[in-house]
Each structure stands twice: as structure tokens, then as C-alpha cells.
Ligand binder design. Structure first.
Ligand code: BGC
Length: 750
């Protein structure tokens, strides 16, 4: 599992300064853990304490008393921190331990008003069903981060879309643990291959933004292990993030950043995690409880209305002296932090600010969008647009740009915000439209067509424009953001606009730019829908190229779109009636019980027998594919599935064959739902081309988690293996018997 720690150390060898025999931790050829142990052994208590507390907001820091933040620290933070970034942790020059520069990076480098390249939102990239797209994106972000001066990226968002209205779903990767684990693990791999630390966040069950700092999420350990924690487990195995960011919320009554079950028992003991746990900004509530229960680093003091600098020497030293925190625990914290930093290679190959090749990075972003946009509906082959002579483009600021999400996952565009002044203009805004207008891109792709634009604000006028055109393309948008949850309904007059235009013109295409799932009351009245989510820096071009067939769409949904609010597991988002989460009285904190357990997304809809608007895994193409020759082989608990996928149409395209496993009696097997995704692949095929694919199934996907034995257990019985191109379009089935099996949930390792 921790092969990556060694590889990163070796990679650093190439560019490191020569080793100093008096400081063996500077030798990049030595494994990261040994380097960390050697450096720690040379440290004074004060130096150790330096590593466990990072700072932010120099202006507010200056107001702190000397016994909490000494003047020298204030001066260093002010001098060194990248302005308007998430934080800085001072260097230890005596031991040649560099400073730590923290930058948010969900979909690109977020740093105040500096323009940087936005990838499509993480949810969009997840729709590519292609881990290579996520990895390339991670590399791109890390490249810009290096040139901005960061060595630590607050990236790797993986909370499952348990709550479809969660304002941060755009920063995450959908509702399925396997897909999420593969995509986030690959993104982290991409980041860290550039010798930059990546976090994975927010650990865990941080699945709504309403009262995000105080909400108590109640959920069984079985359900956690089979859903969100499984996603974290798979992603950590694949990506080896140097750090895990613990979350704001309480889990089963205990704060995420002092949660012994999550941090000590699960992450560090069962998963043998060797890196460090850093707190989300303002998520720490104690000194000894946090340290003893697994938090390694307090971050971003004094931002975000924090109550205390709990890991400052003023509090930490007495806790050590009184024995409340054992000295060995501090050593473990320091060793973990340094292990992560050395393993990433960042100390051997430090970032150097410099100019960024935006044209190159825009290409990465555009490619990611083109692999990811999801063609949801295409009746009568209206798309791709080839023959229309007159096209009315309507709404969504399509003449100016494409929407992106808010909060720390926002990225200021290179060039101006294309639509400034929209609310909220301040945190968690501004609302940003990236200047990549679909209108201009469409005109460039279709030079022979007359393409007009109406902003959609006056429905009557938009209808008149639509009447005069062969085809109407209506853009609808929905701003989602950290700190607030949304609704599934579109805002303003957008539903009415689409419905009215659809009455006036039989050829309506809707392009949706949204953070996640939305309701589409007009779906039956329009011919085509393209799900563009937040498509990133070159989103306008990607949209135009998909609409016109330059690019054959190949994205598939990483989330289900419910048909209505009545299908959701929770009628309302808990605590929604108290609007201002930042000033809300913690005593009025919300509580949510996730009694749907691990039945998230399609699993919930399947278990309830609901038909969603669009199912998980759904996505159309301009060509057609067929799957066949499904076989399955079981050796021990290793299940291998093979099949053929063929392009049966006339255009080159990319198929996304998906394998699901379904116990014949899912309740008897103890499963949360009738079926689970257990494998997928993205396959490029020329017309007529066929390819044989073999996929290995992770044994944990066959099993349920048993808390009492801390083990995975497979129930003996008959299971169906289902093959198809969406969770609701499974054409092939084979049945096999799985024998009873069980194995420890504790990973092998030192
Ligand atoms: C967010 C994190 C982010 C941190 C630093 C928090 O409010 O939840 O995702 O990394 O701020 O900006």
C-alpha cells in the first residue's frame, strides 16, 4: 500500500541538493519515514511545536497576544505567506526544514484574485469515468501551484453525494465509493507526482453545508465503512495522499478532528496510514482531546472565527507537562507530518514562483471537459448540430462565459470575471463566469449558420427569437457553493423560460451548467439536454465542440438525477430553517441521522424502487456500443470479470462499460441495496471495432463490514453480475455462487 512513499522519495533524488552527513534527513535516497525520524530526533521541543500549528490572515494574526503568536512568527507569516492564500507554517532554518505554503485547489489553484486555470468541477471530471483524466488534471493544478509558490494543496475532495443538495457536490466526485476512490486517488497521484503534498478531504461524513461547523451526523459504523469511508480507503490506497484533512462536523456526537474512531482506529490503525491529519480551518475544539484522538496539525490560525489556538505552545506545553498528552504522541505527530512532506518530495524539489503557460493548461482543462460532458437526452438525433441554418442561443450568460462554483473551490479566471456583480459578491462568492463564451465558440464551429443571442430575461422576447430559428439552444445555470446547500430547482425564471421556448420551437436543446443534479420539469418538451456541470476554463469551447459533433460525448453521470424532491432520502436539509450558518448558535446545531446507511444515490433509488430522472452511469454518444461475452471467474475472493465491447455505429467514440454486482436476495446478503458498481472502464473504439476487457473486482465490494469482528464478510449465495452502459441499462447477466468468506478489515503492513 505505501509503495508510493518510497517512489516519491526516490523521485526526489534526481533534483536534491547533496546530502549533509550531519543532517541525514536531507538525504533524498533515505525512505521518508527514516528521514522524518532522524529530523525529529534532532529537534527541540519548540521546534517540534512549530510543526503542529499553521497560520493565516496576517492582519488578524497581528492582533494576537505575544504569548500566543510571537512577533517573529507574525513577521515571518506576513513576509512569506502567499497573499490571500489559505495559510503558512514557519520554516525551521537550523534544521533546513522549509516553510509550508497552503493553497486551496479543488479544481484549480484558488488564491485571491489571481487568475489561474480552472479544470471542470471535480464532479464533471468524475463523469469522464477515466482516472487518467483526473490524474492529468491533478498534475496541471500542481504545476500551477508550484509556479505560485505552494507546496501543500488542499485538494482531494471526496465526500459522497449522499445529499444531492449539498452545496459542495461540485467539488466532490459523486455518489459511488468505487468511482470516487478511483477518480480522487488518481487526482492525488497527479498532484503528488509533481512533488506537492495533496490532502484528501473532508474526513468524514461532511455531507451537507448547512450548519457545517456544528452539525452532528449520526450513522452506523457498518454504513460508513461501506460508503464514504470505503471511498476514502480506496482513494488513499491509490493516491497515497501525504495528508488527510479532518472535517468540521461531529460524527456520532464527536468532532471530526478529535474522533478516535475515524482518526486513530480506522485511518491510522486499520488502514495503516503513515501520513498526517490536518484540521479543516477552524475545526479544532480542544488541545489534549484533539491530539490524543488523532489530530496531527492545527491549521490556519486565527481564521474563520476560531475560538482558540489550541495547539499553540501556551496550551500544548502544559498539556505535555501534566501528562495529559504523552510526549510520544507529540513525536508521532511530528514524525507523521515530516513523513508526508519528505515522501511527497516537496522539500527536495521546492516550488519556485514563475510564469505559467496558460495556453497549455487551458488545453488540459478543455480535454477534461470534452471527456466529461454528459449527453443526457438526444431525441431524433437533433444533435450533433450540423444542418441548422438559424440558431437562437438563449440565456445563461452564454454570450459571456461559463459558470463556476463558489467558496474555496472557486478559481479566479485568467482574464476578467465575465459577469461581475452577481450575488453573493463576497464570500463564499464572488459568482464567477469564466470568459469562455459558448456563443462565440458555437459561431466559430458553425460559420455557415446565423446564430443570434437573447439573454432570456424577458421570456416573451426569447420566445420570439426562438420562433424565428431552426433550433433553440437554451442555457440554464445554477450557482452552488461551499457554506450553503442548494435546492434541486433552478433559480429565477429559468424553468418557465425553457418551457415557453419549447412551446415555440420543436427543436430545443438545453445546456445545463450546474453544481450537481437539478430537476427538469420541462424534460419531456425538449429534444436534447447536455449536462455541462461547471465545465472549466475552456468550457465554452468544449460545449460547442460537443454540440457540433467535433467531439463525440462520452461522459456518464457520477450522480443520479432524482425525478423529484419526494425521492430524496431526507425531505429537507437538516437545520435549513436557521439561515446564517456562520453566526448560528452552536447550541442550535443541526442533527442529521443518516438512516439510509450506505444506500446512497442509485442504491437508494434501487432499494426504494424509484425511477430517477437520469440514472447513475447514464450518458449518450453519437455512436452506439454493444456489450457481449460476459464471463466471471472467482478464485478465493478474487473475482475477475471479462467481456467484449463493440462500437456498432458509424463514428469513433468512447464507451463506458459498467459492471454491477447484485445478490439474488440482497437483504439476505445483508447488502444496503440491490446492486453495487464493482468495475468500469473507458474504451476508445473506431466504428466496428471491438475490444476484450478484463476487470478485477475489489473484494470489499462483494462484502459487508462487520463492526464486532472489524472484518469484511461475504454472504454465501447466488449473485448476478450485470454488464451494461448505465445503472439502469444492463444488458448482460451471468450468475455465480459466492462461498462465505471473511477477512480482517485491518490492512497488512508494518
Ligand atoms: C474548507 C476547506 C478549505 C479550507 C481552507 C475550509 O473552510 O472547508 O475545504 O481547504 O477552508 O481554505
Amino acid at each position: 500500500m505505501f509503495r508510493g512513499w518510497m517512489l516519491a522519495a526516490a523521485a526526489g533524488t534526481m533534483m536534491a541538493a547533496s546530502a549533509d552527513p550531519a543532517m541525514p534527513w536531507l538525504d533524498p535516497a533515505t525512505p521518508a519515514e527514516q528521514r522524518a525520524a532522524a529530523a525529529m530526533a534532532a529537534m527541540t521541543l519548540d521546534e517540534k511545536l512549530t510543526l503542529i500549528l499553521s497560520y493565516s490572515e496576517p492582519d488578524n494574526l497581528d492582533k494576537e497576544p505575544e504569548d500566543i503568536v510571537p512577533a517573529a512568527v507574525k513577521a515571518e507569516v506576513r513576509a512569506k505567506m502567499v497573499p490571500q492564500s489559505a495559510g503558512y507554517l514557519p520554516a525551521i532554518p537550523r534544521l533546513k526544514i522549509p516553510g509550508q505554503w497552503f493553497g486551496d485547489a479543488s479544481i484549480g489553484v484558488h488564491v485571491g484574485n489571481l487568475g489561474r486555470t480552472a479544470l471542470p468541477s471535480s464532479l464533471t471530471t468524475a463523469a469522464s469515468f477515466d482516472p487518467a483524466v483526473a490524474e492529468t488534471g491533478g498534475k496541471m493544478i500542481a504545476g500551477e501551484a508550484r509556479l505560485t509558490g505552494f507546496n501543500i494543496l488542499l485538494a482531494g475532495g471526496i465526500n459522497l453525494a449522499r445529499e444531492p443538495r449539498n452545496g459542495r457536490n461540485f467539488e466532490y466526485v459523486g455518489e459511488d465509493p468505487l468511482l470516487a476512490g478511483e477518480m480522487v486517488g488518481s487526482a492525488i497521484r497527479g498532484v503528488q507526482s509533481m512533488h506537492i503534498v495533496s490532502t484528501i478531504k473532508h474526513f468524514a461524513i461532511n455531507d451537507q453545508e448547512t450548519h457545517r461547523k456544528t452539525v452532528n451526523a449520526t450513522i452506523s459504523t457498518e454504513a460508513m465503512r461501506q460508503s464514504e469511508l470505503l471511498a476514502f480507503e480506496l482513494a488513499i490506497e491509490k493516491g497515497n495522499p501525504a495528508s488527510v484533512m479532518c472535517s468540521y462536523n461531529l460524527i456520532n456526537g464527536i468532532w471530526g478532528c478529535e474522533n478516535d474512531y475515524l482518526l486513530n482506529k480506522t485511518l491510522k490503525h486499520d488502514w495503516k496510514y503513515k501520513g498526517y491529519v490536518m484540521a479543516d480551518w477552524g475545526a479544532v475544539h480542544s488541545t489534549a482531546d484533539a491530539a490524543n484522538n488523532g489530530l496531527d496539525q492545527f491549521t490556519g490560525y486565527p481564521c474563520c472565527g476560531m475560538k482558540g489556538a489550541y495547539f499553540a505552545p501556551k496550551y500544548f506545553k502544559p498539556a505535555l507537562a501534566s501528562g495529559q498528552i504523552p510526549p510520544a504522541r507529540l513525536d508521532d505527530m511530528v514524525k507523521r507530518i515530516l513523513t508526508g512532506l519528505y515522501a511527497s518530495g516537496t522539500f527536495d524539489d521546492p516550488p519556485v514562483p514563475g510564469p505559467i503557460d496558460f495556453a497549455k493548461d487551458f488545453q488540459v482543462s478543455q480535454n477534461a471537459a470534452e471527456q466529461s460532458l454528459v449527453l443526457l437526452k438526444n431525441e431524433g438525433g437533433l444533435l450533433p448540430l450540423k444542418t441548422a441554418k438559424t440558431i437562437a442561443v438563449i440565456g445563461g450568460h452564454a454570450d459571456k462565459g461559463v459558470l463556476s462554483g463558489g467558496g474555496s473551490g472557486n478559481v479566479m479566471p485568467v482574464g476578467e470575471n465575465a459577469v461581475p456583480g452577481l450575488e453573493p459578491v463576497n464570500w463564499p462568492g464572488p459568482v464567477v463566469y469564466i470568459p469562455s463564451p459558448p456563443l462565440a465558440a458555437l459561431k466559430a464551429e458553425l460559420p455557415g449558420a446565423a446564430i443570434g443571442y437573447d439573454d432570456g430575461s424577458d421570456i416573451g422576447r426569447a420566445v420570439e427569437a426562438a420562433k424565428k430559428a431552426d433550433v433553440a439552444v437554451v442555457f440554464v445555470t445554477k450557482f452552488n457553493t461551499e457554506a450553503f446547500d442548494g435546492a434541486l430547482e433552478l433559480d429565477g425564471n429559468q424553468d418557465q423560460l425553457v418551457a415557453a421556448v419549447a412551446k415555440a420551437n420543436p427543436n430545443v436543446i438545453v445546456v445545463t451548467e450546474t453544481g450537481g443534479a437539478i430537476l427538469m420539469p420541462w424534460l419531456g418538451d425538449v429534444k436534447a439536454v447536455l449536462g455541462a456541470f461547471y465545465p472549466g476554463a475552456s468550457g465554452g469551447k468544449a460545449i460547442a465542440r460537443v454540440l457540433t459533433g467535433k467531439v463525440n460525448p462520452s461522459g456518464h453521470l457520477p450522480i443520479s438525477f432524482p425525478a423529484g424532491n419526494e425521492q430524496l432520502a431526507h425531505a429537507v436539509v437538516a437545520g435549513r430553517d436557521v439561515p446564517d450558518i456562520m453566526t448560528a448558535d452552536p447550541a442550535a446545531a443541526a442533527a442529521i441521522t443518516y438512516d439510509e446507511g450506505a444506500a446512497i444515490g442509485y442504491k437508494w433509488y434501487d432499494a426504494k424502487g424509484f425511477k430517477p430522472l437520469f440514472a447513475f452511469g447514464h450518458g449518450l454518444s453519437y455512436t452506439s456500443f454493444a456489450t457481449s461475452d460476459l464471463t466471471a471467474v472467482l478464485q478465493g475472493n478474487a473475482l475477475t470479470v471479462s467481456f467484449t465491447v463493440k462500437n456498432t455505429g458509424k463514428l469513433a467514440g468512447k464507451a463506458v462499460p459498467q459492471i454491477y454486482l447484485a445478490p439474488v436476495d440482497y437483504k439476505a446478503a445483508g447488502w444496503e441495496a440491490p446492486k453495487r458498481l464493482v468495475g468500469f472502464s473507458k474504451v476508445a473504439l473506431k466504428p466496428g471495432e471491438a475490444r476484450s476487457i478484463t476487470l478485477k473486482v475489489d473484494p470489499r465490494l462483494l462484502a459487508t463490514y462487520a463492526t464486532s469482528a472489524n472484518s469484511w464478510q461475504v454472504a454465501e449465495g447466488s449473485y448476478r453480475i450485470l454488464l451494461g452502459q448505465a445503472s439502469d441499462a444492463l444488458a448482460q447477466t451471468v450468475e455465480l455462487r459466492l462461498p462465505a468468506a471473511s477477512w480482517s478489515a485491518v490492512h497488512a503492513g508494518p
